[in-house]
Design a protein around this ligand. Structure first.
Ligand code: NAD
Length: 363
């Protein structure tokens, strides 16, 4: 198969659909790979690196779209990219169609085969192509929180780890899933005083076993949540109710009563956030203050560490790219029900019920 990787064009997006190591793997399976010039430049993968892996470099995205049978990207295609898709071409990338009617409409018109990373599942019902970004965001949340606590950002001036003779910061993680457990690992590594709250007892058992007392695991009720949030120096919001907006677990009154200079990092902001006072911010201006509490609410945290994020994403997507290339999309989707769950649009038809219903489209 001929596979094409255009340079990402969304503002400040430095990730890339395939790293040179992935290219090499596809070449070894007998496929051809075309990369747009400078596609990986922002994160240290040069055109020469891609050439050494066996790719050919093309000067424009239009050339890549014209040549490729399958386009591999990171972000949802922008309007100019959508206009270059053609009937029967495979698009494999994050799509997030539910809130995006213009994109859905264009993908229908394109008659391309559009497979979204975020709806591919695994045998345990998890989302394996979303997990790497949650791992990144969870780990980053502690770095972000550490900075938010610095005086220059409006924080209380507390070092997460403390020093000999000075207590560490109290970190409370709301939600012990992929984001929350990764946040807790970083926080425990820094020797902070860590408490994880979750409503799923199996999750609490798993976390208890992993942390062996180095993090406290607590069943989340209104009472335990209030008690821990009001006592915290840093609260990380990492809850998810699949398919729904994040629950507003921390209300305005809680924020008013938190310690002055405490910080909240709302990782769930991409689902609306779990603090009543959250609104989305950007990497250029990541924090703001409400009632003396520093808020960090960047919706695309992994973008800041684009190199790590790209490699992590590629590690997860590569087996699926190889499968689609080796077998062709028909056989690959027929044989693998989990990959088939990734199919969002094909031949002008939306195949995700919630998206079709949301936009009153035929399904
Ligand atoms: P996950 O499903 O692995 O974990 C969510 C956890 O929340 C589960 O353990 C669940 O039991 C728990 N939970 C649900 N309701 C709860 C409640 N009322 N009280 C306590 N716990 C509750 O999800 P994840 O992959 O860890 O993602 C968490 C959030 O982070 C999602 O909203 C996701 O979209 C977001 N996210 C944001 C970024 C970013 O850049 N901002 C990046 C990746 C993920």
């Amino acid at each position: 198969m001929i596979i094409g990787v255009p340079k990402e064009i969304k503002n400040h997006e430095y990730r890339v659909g395939m790293v040179p190591a992935s290219v090499r793997e596809l070449i070894s399976h007998g496929h051809s790979v075309y990369i747009e010039t400078n596609a990986g430049n922002g994160i240290g993968f040069s055109d020469d690196d891609y050439k050494a892996a066996g790719a050919s470099i093309l000067p424009t995205a239009a050339d890549v779209f014209a040549k490729a049978e399958m386009i591999v990207k990171v972000k949802e295609p922008q309007a100019v990219e959508r206009a270059m898709l053609r009937e029967g071409q495979i698009l494999f990338t994050y799509l997030h169609l539910a809130p995006d009617f213009p994109q859905t409409e264009d993908l229908i018109k394109s008659k391309a085969i559009c497979i979204a990373y975020e709806t591919v599942t695994d045998s345990k019902g998890r989302l394996p192509l979303l997990a790497p970004m949650s791992e990144v965001a969870g780990r980053m949340s502690i770095q972000a929180g550490a900075q938010a606590l610095e005086k220059s950002h409006g924080g209380s001036g507390m070092l997460l780890s403390g020093v000999p003779g000075v207590e560490p910061a109290k970190i409370v993680v709301l939600g012990g899933g992929v984001v929350g457990s990764n946040a807790a690992r970083m926080a425990v590594g820094l020797r902070a005083d860590v408490t994880i709250l979750d409503k799923n007892v199996d999750t609490l058992r798993r976390l208890d076993e992993e942390f062996q007392g180095r993090a406290k695991v607590v069943y989340s009720t209104e009472e335990t949540l209030e008690q821990h949030v009001l006592n915290a120096d840093l609260v990380v919001g990492a809850v998810l109710i699949p398919g729904a907006a994040a629950p507003k677990l921390v209300n305005e009154d809680h924020i008013k009563r938190m310690k002055p200079g405490a910080a909240v990092v709302d990782v769930a902001i991409d689902q609306g956030g779990c603090f009543a006072t959250s609104h989305a911010t950007t990497h250029a201006d990541p924090t703001y203050i409400v009632d003396d509490v520093v808020h960090y609410c960047v919706a695309n945290m992994p973008g800041a560490v684009a190199r790590t994020s790209t490699v992590a994403l590629n590690n997860a997507t590569l087996p699926y790219i190889v499968k689609l290339a080796n077998k062709g999309y028909r056989d690959a989707l027929v044989e693998d029900a989990h990959l088939r769950n990734g199919l969002n649009v094909i031949g002008g038809q939306v195949t995700i019920k919630e998206v079709a219903e949301g936009f009153e489209l035929p399904y």
